[in-house]
Design a protein around this ligand. Structure first.
Ligand code: TRP
Length: 328
């Protein structure tokens, strides 16, 4: 059987946080190590759709994010790691797709209206932003991907991609497989303020934080709001510190906190100290590797240049078929 071909991408948001490691990156690495043909892309054009007014940050956001990818175990020998804008075929396919995409389809994608609400502070009612799912469809189909690992929020874009492929096949001829979404299960990771961890909320523990910063952040974390005094019994089931401890901590410690928080035998400060130790211990190999990689800035460049070349070969082959199908 032919190897399953996987493509996924992230917008270059700079340094990643522990939620990314437990969700997307763990999943990407697993697919890579299980022998799928994996393409992992930095979606820098997609970043421009909402960040065009601060485009000077894009390059450093790309390198910081790719350092995190590599330190998390994405392996340029096994995966094609590349930047979207280095492979111009995406833009050509996007243009050709734009000819056959009814405007209503784009206006109806639920993420479009949500984003207009969310980014009220900037002008994003642009052609480029409306075309966001179209560009994503081109990213996926130009590699003839079979599977696309994504989070829940991206499912409408995958549905859009399949519909567009069907429309292309109906109008011209069969070129693309219908890509399946491979839903990434991510444990709910809450940030220091108890809300979902996100860089935009400023509540994230970054993979590349120092051990001191990690400890400082953990010590500021919200706990069970009903536990006001050390002598109050607490409820670990609603405590973000306990959530993280369940993932990163030793099972005996987790069991102990689960008992002794409820009886006020153990306090939040001790609990947080232990979480900082667990987190720093778990992240130490990652951070060491990241520092090594960061000491050779040319290294990331070389990986991305090589990745672009390999990606382009695949994308160019698809584009020959596409042009033939369209007679252009
Ligand atoms: N829209 C995706 C996100 O914000 C990023 C992305 C761009 C992507 N192109 C893609 C994901 C292609 C999967 C496949 O997370």
């Amino acid at each position: 059987m032919a190897r399953m071909r996987i493509l996924s991408g992230m917008r270059p948001s700079g340094k990643l946080h522990i939620g990314h490691l437990l969700g997307a990156l763990a999943n990407w690495k697993r697919l890579q190590d299980e022998g799928a043909e994996t393409y992992y892309m930095v979606a820098d054009w997609h970043a421009l759709t909402t960040e065009y007014m601060k485009s000077e940050t894009v390059q450093s956001n790309i390198s910081e994010m790719v350092l995190d990818w590599l330190a998390a175990g994405l392996d340029p020998e096994k995966s094609v790691i590349f930047v979207q804008s280095h492979v111009k075929e995406h833009a050509e396919l996007y243009l050709l797709f734009s000819m056959i995409t009814p405007l209503g389809w784009l206006e109806r994608v639920p993420t479009y209206k949500e984003a207009l609400e969310e980014y009220k502070d900037r002008e994003i009612a642009t052609h480029g932003f409306l075309g966001y799912p179209l560009l994503q469809a081109a990213d996926i189909l130009v590699y003839k991907a079979d599977g696309v690992p994504v989070g829940q929020d991206q499912l409408p874009h995958l549905e859009f991609t399949r519909e567009l492929a069907r429309r292309f096949h109906h109008l011209f001829s069969e070129v693309f497989p219908e890509p399946q979404s491979l839903l990434t299960q991510t444990p709910l990771i809450r940030g220091i303020d108890g809300r979902k961890m996100s860089k935009r909320y400023g509540n994230a523990i970054l993979l590349s934080d120092t051990e001191e910063d990690t400890r400082k952040k953990v010590m500021q974390m919200m706990t069970d709001p009903a536990r006001k005094r050390r002598s109050d019994p607490g409820n670990p089931d609603v405590c973000p510190v306990f959530d993280l401890q369940k993932i990163f901590g030793a099972p005996e410690w987790v069991a102990r906190v689960n008992r002794e928080c409820r009886t006020a035998e153990i306090g939040c400060v001790e609990d947080k100290q232990a979480l900082a130790d667990s987190l720093n211990g778990a992240l130490r190999p990652f951070r060491t590797r990241r520092a090594e990689l960061a000491s050779d800035p040319q290294g990331v460049k070389r990986i991305l240049t090589d990745g672009a070349q390999r990606a382009r070969a695949t994308a160019a082959a698809t584009m020959s078929e596409v042009r033939k199908a369209i007679h252009i």
